[in-house]
Design a protein around this ligand. Structure first.
Ligand code: 5GP
Length: 193
């Protein structure tokens, strides 16, 4: 087991409805040392890519994305989930269905912060059905930029997102891939990588 899989076994809670709760270290309280290990691992896995910007989506991707951005020494942009009064000018947007909240959100990025010269690494905490990633990929493509890769902390391998994104030809690197999990006994089984 790698460092993230060990942490999931130790602190993750399997909830009904295929939800893995990792709020003690990933998306409520945040273990920043663990994020740094994740950032260093992504740096290794995407070493040959000319990445100049990190893109994520609010809210839970932001913490990890910031630390990853520090490891790559590049800026990070996060897509906003609603049109804020603070976004001025034109925006790229995509519609994303939320797996956890079961609703549709518009995600927006100001045209000022993405352009055709950008070589983007997309970062997010979870990959389930892949809607969030497809929204971010669409935003990069609207900007004329290049998606150099996608880094995910936890992929739920029993949902379709990973397959869809890999079939589109992207280099998708997930640090932990959950093959199966069981809310009745809390067990989590990882895919061998
Ligand atoms: P997708 O768009 O791939 O279906 O879902 C990705 C988003 O849903 C992630 O950004 C994450 O916020 C949320 N998500 C999906 N599955 C889980 C889960 O099992 N646990 C938690 N905490 N969030 C999840």
């Amino acid at each position: 087991m790698n460092f993230l899989e060990e942490k999931i076994v130790k602190e993750g809670v399997v909830k009904k409805g295929n939800i893995l709760k990792v709020d003690s270290f990933l998306n409520h309280q945040m273990d920043v040392k663990l994020f740094r290990q994740m950032g260093e691992e992504f740096k290794k896995r995407f070493a040959d890519k000319p990445i100049n910007k990190i893109l994520t989506v609010e809210a839970s991707g932001i913490g990890i994305a910031c630390i990853v951005a520090e490891c790559f020494d590049v800026p990070v942009v996060f897509a906003k989930k609603s049109k804020s009064v603070n976004i001025d000018g034109e925006v790229y947007n995509a519609e994303v269905e939320s797996f956890t909240h079961k609703c549709k959100n518009q995600v927006l990025v100001s045209k000022k912060f993405l352009n055709p010269e950008d070589h983007i690494l997309i970062i997010d905490d979870f990959l389930a059905n892949g809607c969030a990633l497809q929204g971010l990929i669409s935003i990069v493509s609207q900007a004329g930029g290049t998606v150099e890769g996608i880094g995910i902390a936890i992929e739920k391998g029993f949902q379709q997102g990973g397959k869809i994104i890999r079939n589109l030809g992207f280099q998708l690197e997930s640090l932990a891939i959950v093959e199966s999990m069981d809310a009745s006994d809390g067990s989590v089984v990882f895919r061998e990588q």
